[in-house]
Write a protein that binds this ligand. Structure first.
Ligand code: 5GP
Ligand code: MN
Length: 343
């Protein structure tokens, strides 16, 4: 059994946990399956070791993740700001999961940065900000933070099995962050998935809880996006979808409803770049980018959209109008020779 994280690092982590009384786990804004799965999976592991902790998320997470055991105890900063601030101020150890940059937490990130509390990063994104953390567990080839959590647990227990509760949470994170095993998968990940299956998870049940529990409004919004809002630019192997707040209202938008929409245009033959733009109540345009093959949306997100992520899945934001965000996107496409179909 090869260890992904060195034994001395695992030992440092165990010492940090042993020295702490108030532990908080925090993940990124708009928590997705990996954010919730890895945070709750890690919290459950700590609980099984006799260590109490609290999971905080900056804003609401999708209903299709609420079946994950332990997610019912998550504290949402958006609705319980004072409680979250107090939890963080009183923490002696903060775990930061599934992000590498405290700016991805908005105001709560500034608070965390100002605290000289010990912080441990568990993540899988490019460009870890080592200085922000006491200890970092991040390897870019990892599919997900849930896989990183599994590797840490394996490093601690020296066993491949975890409780069913942990296995379900981590499997949900891996399944969603790999787009149902369509990207970021290697043989090591499939070995991990096999180990999780041996822990008694019901893959079909998890699949249907996540992907088969949509509301009628969400399905109609998806149909509307494909039928009315998807623009295809074959000359740049690109397609995109944009949505206004008004349109979201019309379909009674709930958090998570647009999750995965950015992947849809990639199903069109020869489309290699897909973008999704959506207005937010906070006044910015949330940008999601996906690509297939070698085209890096991470560098595009960094250069033009104040963001980042992975080679094939990145995001960012622009404080501008929806139309302007879309026109910026369209204006940069000619820069990328690899997208051009003109020989
Ligand atoms: P999504 O498009 O699903 O929001 O995000 C896709 C990927 O891009 C995720 O791995 C996420 O961590 C990253 N990402 C999304 N938004 C941002 C952002 O504003 N800043 C950075 N650095 N990464 C982002
Ligand atoms: Mn992730």
């Amino acid at each position: 059994m090869t260890e992904l994280f060195p034994a001395d690092k695992i030992k440092q982590l165990q010492d940090l946990i042993a020295d702490s009384k108030n532990i908080t786990i925090i993940t990124h804004v708009n928590p997705d399956g990996d954010a919730v799965g890895s945070s709750v999976g890690w919290q459950t592991f700590l609980k099984e070791q006799g260590v109490k902790s609290t999971v905080i998320v900056p804003n609401h997470f999708p209903n299709f993740l609420k079946w994950i055991k332990g997610s019912e105890n998550i504290v949402v900063n958006y609705s319980e700001r004072e409680k979250c601030e107090n939890l963080l101020k009183n923490s002696d150890l903060i775990f930061c999961l599934d992000f590498n940059n405290l700016s991805r937490l908005n105001s709560i990130g500034q608070l965390i940065q100002s605290l000289d509390t010990k912080k441990v990063l568990i993540d899988h994104h490019v460009g870890t900000c080592e200085n922000d953390f006491t200890l970092t567990f991040s390897k870019v080839p990892l599919s997900s933070t849930s896989e990183a959590v599994y590797e840490i647990i394996r490093g601690i227990t020296k066993q491949t099995s975890v409780s069913q509760e942990i296995a379900e949470a981590l499997y949900a994170g891996i399944m969603t962050d790999t787009g149902e095993f369509s990207h970021s998968c290697n043989s090591c990940l499939f070995r991990t998935v096999a180990d999780l299956m041996d822990c008694g998870i019901d893959r079909n049940r998890i699949h249907s809880l996540v992907y088969g529990s949509f509301s009628e409004n969400r399905m109609r919004l998806q149909g509307y996006c494909i039928h009315k809002k998807m623009e295809v630019l074959p000359e740049y192997k690109t397609a995109y979808i944009s949505l206004t707040l008004n349109e979201l209202d019309k379909f009674k938008f709930e958090p998570g409803d647009t999750e995965g929409f950015v992947n849809i245009p990639l199903n069109i033959k020869d489309i290699e770049l897909s973008a999704f733009f959506v207005e937010s109540k906070e006044g910015f345009i949330k940008v999601s980018l996906r690509s297939t093959g070698e085209f890096s949306v991470d560098s595009m997100a960094r250069k033009y959209f104040n963001g980042g992520g992975h080679k094939n899945a990145s995001g960012g934001k622009l404080y501008t109008s929806l139309d302007k965000a879309v026109s910026i996107f369209k204006s940069i496409l000619p820069e990328y020779d690899e997208l051009s179909t003109v020989v």
